[in-house]
Write a protein that binds this ligand. Structure first.
Ligand code: NAD
Ligand code: MG
Length: 285
């Protein structure tokens, strides 16, 4: 069994959206370890936030399972190119799609470009998100609230609406929620609220899309070591990140990816409308 890093972690403040290249320890996205076995052979996947963190681990795992991957991200070009390098080393195609998902046009554009390039979409992973720490209610500006909702939940609605006409029966949508969806951290109020909305949206959409043969599930990670953390949390929280979990450490992105592979694959053909935790032992009920 491979061992993963435990806190304390070095101080490493970054501005949002953060760079994976600059992190210490470097997040493990399965670059050296993930082994595929053809579980997504020939599928086409679109992964938002696929440049870094959980999204990169998902992109690498999907490619090694035989999928071509379109990767959407904000503007972290170096991180995105590193993801593309690993996808291509796995012998699959990677289409990079930078742009701001708070913009309605970008949500549609992303789907159009993926379909122009690959023809259709079998797996849609809505994983991009924004968060920021606010110590008090007064600290949260109206613009911040609206932008968090635009990126984290409205974009998911828009991307799903644009993508579904291009998703054949048997396709899978996977939305990244969070342990915050039912255990909200008060200093992440806008973010946690969107994560509750994602879990609820997922359960509703699964019922709407069932007759089309499209499955929809959400994943609720606990603390995972990614750029999102070092670019939005206070240094003291970063230092002890993940220590409060029963496993005593944060998860690495590679430890989350296998669940996305399962939910994307035909093996989970009767799994829809559910939420799955990857929390290092913190209960989600
Ligand atoms: P990450 O920073 O590696 O990934 C988030 C990505 O979202 C970024 O790479 C960025 O390109 C993208 N993004 C942000 N704003 C955007 C915008 N306006 N337009 C387009 N793309 C934008 O961090 P991560 O932790 O891997 O996050 C992936 C998902 O996991 C998120 O939904 C996050 O909420 C969720 N999550 C993370 C944790 C954790 O502890 N890291 C815990 C629970 C849930
Ligand atoms: Mg990133």
């Amino acid at each position: 069994m491979k061992s993963y890093p435990y806190p304390p972690f070095p101080s490493q403040p970054q501005s949002t959206p953060g760079s994976q290249q600059a992190m210490d320890p470097y997040p493990d996205c399965g670059e050296q370890t993930y082994k595929g076995s053809g579980r997504l052979q020939g599928k086409i996947a679109l992964v938002t936030g696929g440049d870094s963190g959980i999204g990169r681990a998902v992109a690498i795992a999907f490619a090694r399972e035989g999928a071509d991957v379109a990767v959407a991200y904000l503007d972290e070009h170096e991180d995105a190119q590193e993801t593309a390098r690993w996808v291509e080393l796995a012998g699959r195609q990677c289409l990079l799609l930078p742009g701001d998902l708070s913009q309605k046009r970008q949500c549609r554009e992303l789907v159009t470009r993926t379909v122009e390039h690959f023809g259709h979409i079998d797996v849609l992973v809505n994983n991009a998100a924004y968060q920021m720490t606010h110590e008090s209610l007064e600290d949260i500006s109206d613009e911040e609230w609206v932008r968090t909702f635009d990126i984290n939940i409205t974009a998911i609605f828009r991307i799903c609406q644009a993508a579904v006409p291009h998703m054949p029966s048997g396709s899978s949508i996977i939305n990244t929620s969070s342990i915050n969806s039912d255990a909200p951290k008060p200093t992440l109020l806008p973010y946690a609220t969107t994560k509750g909305a994602i879990a609820n949206f997922t359960a509703g959409l699964a019922q709407l899309l069932g007759p089309k043969g499209i499955r929809v599930n959400s994943v609720a990670p606990g603390p995972i070591w990614t750029p999102l953390i070092v670019s939005t949390m206070p240094p003291e929280e970063v230092k002890h990140f993940g220590q409060q979990t029963p496993l005593g450490r944060p998860g690495q992105p590679v430890e989350v990816a296998p669940l996305y592979v399962l939910l994307a694959s035909d093996e989970s053909s009767y799994v829809s409308g559910s939420r799955y935790g990857v929390t290092g032992g913190k209960p989600i009920l």
